[in-house]
Design a protein around this ligand. Structure first.
Ligand code: IPD
Ligand code: CA
Ligand code: CA
Length: 259
């Protein structure tokens, strides 16, 4: 008997419904609000979040929720759903079709379930702790890359990049020179799933929030990947930086970033 079957069903239904809603609204964004100079929120972020929260309230009324736009909603259980209703808002607002819904379940500080749905490509990534990672029901695994020089990497830039631009671009320069290339596609959740599926060999990023990485973290670990902070400390989605990669290149990534 698989663990968390009911929760998986709820998360799947919520992510697919929210993803379908995003797909419908894609290309027709009416309202773009600003949470910061470049940090956007559209009506689609809010509508997708509303849909997910309504489903969770019916299926799991006692659970806590931490969701990007709604914030922390206290429940009475030891379980927390961590939600990014639209990861890749800037892409979405500009009509660049690379975005996803991300939903994770945390129980007593452990991520036990994660789903990431890219509705545009109809790719559904999922994992439960101890049960492997899957893309559209097929098992996935991180790549076999052994060296940074043979690796395709990804990163992202924080919204407050202005304050940290020197370090961020120094890292970008070093990693670009050390690898086969660095992609910056604009969805940390999808980047993590691409590492899990072996499409990317590694990613690093700083300035992320729990909802960006919670689901991706379970999926990367269950696909055989390695997760730490950029300083090689233990990763949790509450830490602000991440390295997610195939294990053999981890040391080289840490050294390149911190050297
Ligand atoms: C953002 C994306 C982006 C990353 C940013 C995130 P949002 O999430 O994941 O790839 O570089 O740091 O904030 O705002 O689109 O949900
Ligand atoms: Ca996000
Ligand atoms: Ca978001």
């Amino acid at each position: 008997m698989n663990m968390f079957e009911k929760e998986r069903e709820t998360a799947t239904r919520a992510a697919r419904s929210a993803g379908d809603l995003l797909k419908q609204k894609f290309g027709n964004v009416q309202h773009i609000g600003k949470k910061g100079e470049t940090d956007l929120v559209t009506e689609a972020d809010l509508a997708a979040e509303k849909l997910i929260l309504e489903m969770l309230r019916i299926d799991c009324p006692k659970d806590n929720i931490l969701s990007e736009e709604a914030g922390a909603l206290a429940g009475s259980s030891a379980r927390t759903w961590i939600i990014d209703p639209l990861d890749g808002t800037t892409n979405f607002a500009h009509g660049f079709p690379f975005f996803a819904v991300s939903i994770a379940l945390e129980i007593e500080k452990e991520m036990v379930l994660g789903v990431v749905y890219n509705p545009f490509m109809e790719e559904f990534f999922e994992a439960r702790k101890g049960e492997g990672a899957f893309l559209n029901h097929q098992p996935i695994h991180v790549s076999h890359a052994g060296h940074l020089k043979e690796s395709l990497l990804a990163t992202g830039f924080p919204y407050d990049i202005e304050q940290k631009s020197h370090r961020i671009f120094e890292w970008h320069k070093r990693m670009t020179i050390a690898s086969r290339g660095v992609r910056r596609a604009g969805s940390a959740a999808i980047d993590m799933c691409y590492v899990a599926a072996g499409r990317l060999d590694g990613l690093w990023e700083e300035g992320l929030k729990p909802w960006d990485t919670a689901a991706g973290a379970v999926i990367v670990l269950e696909a055989g990947g390695r997760l730490t902070t950029c300083e090689d400390e233990m990763f949790t989605p509450y830490r602000k930086s991440v390295i997610a990669c195939t294990p053999l290149i981890h040391k080289e990534m840490v050294n390149a970033l911190n050297g």
